[in-house]
Write a protein that binds this ligand. Sequence first.
Ligand SMILES: [Zn+2]
Length: 444
Amino acid sequence: MSTLYRNGWIVTMDDAESEHENGWILVDGSTIASVGSGMEPHADERVDLNGAVVTPGLINTHHHLYQTLTRARAQQADLFTWLRELYPVWSRIDADAEYAAARTGIAELALSGCTTVFDHHYVFPRGREGLIEAEVQAAREIGLRIVASRGSMDLGVSDGGLPPDELVEDLDAVLAETERLAAAIHEPGHGARVQLAVAPCSPFSVTGRLMEESAALARRLDLPLHTHLAETLEEEAYCLELHGCRPVEYLDRLGWLADDVWCAHCIHLSESDISRFASTGTGVAHCPTSNLRLGAGAAPVREMVNAGVRVGLGVDGSASNERSDLFFEVKQALLVCRGRGGGAAITAREAIRLGTRGGAAVLCRDDIGSLEPGKCADFAVWRTDVLELGGADDLVAGIVFAGPFRPDRLVVGGETVVSDGHLVKADETEIAKAHRVEARKFSG
Ligand SMILES: [Zn+2]
């Protein structure tokens, strides 16, 4: 079955940065067969896009889906205060709550143009099973690709860590459970719908030994590796006190910095840290709204991109960015970058590139992130006949500057997931209602 999506402004994000202003995409099954303009190829079905802008599906490189259950808490707090207040609340998580939370976050992401979501889950209270399976199920039902992760914490407060002792796990149990999940859910190769990453939480909640063993396991199983890094100055001070070095140096010592690794935030990087990231191929998930919400600072994105560091975007968890709107992060990335470096620091197209091609590179995926023959048919269609875009000649820049918008249509692997701005395979109102029931367990 082939479908021709015609009469759109196709932003390919390929190496040549090609755009087709009166263009089309031919999709064959789950894959893009060709992209172009002018003479239209034959197809079994034709869809008129009415002049809409078409971008690759956005790729979220950092999230904690469970946090939709605990929004607007610790409102004036910095990271460590925020974490200390929320850890005990998060310890109530179970598979039903995780499922409701994941459906909410993933629905929000789909309605912001996201086609692939990475989730960093690291809260595993004793005896609660099926948490990762619950979020995978939610992603499958709504129709997005998911890169789930088996996160971990094994450095409790009595050993000098930040999390309460009842939320930390035994190292061997973490590794065994990670290996079990990899065998159960991870799909290798082109077009994978479900993948697994190995993701110990952070230098202040995980022992050096678990960081090293996690890296060894990930490399044995050929899974990508992820953690939080250099988010706040307090973290830097903590690292200096406990490990005698700054966060990037610490990760380097543990053998982490490499092209199968990406780190969330990376706000407080020195020039030499950035060079080290570039020379080792280490990637970064930039989460501008969360960083501003917690007053953590703004990551040196222009400097990282100039140095050749892989950079993608993330909404981060909904307790520090109450909204899972990845298109809004595209706009925020642009504004934050300009706030640091001036009006010419980044273009609207570069911001879209961070959210698409950049995200694919960060997740070590070469089958998504751009609209090219042979890639997965993952794309978002943005209407241009709306109030906010009147008067914009450059509609591609227009959707970023005037954003965020809901996509009119979202296609994942050739399947329509959003149509007329609404979920096709799930009901937004029902998801919100079920979420409210679960979220009550986390209040008070
Ligand atoms: Zn995070």
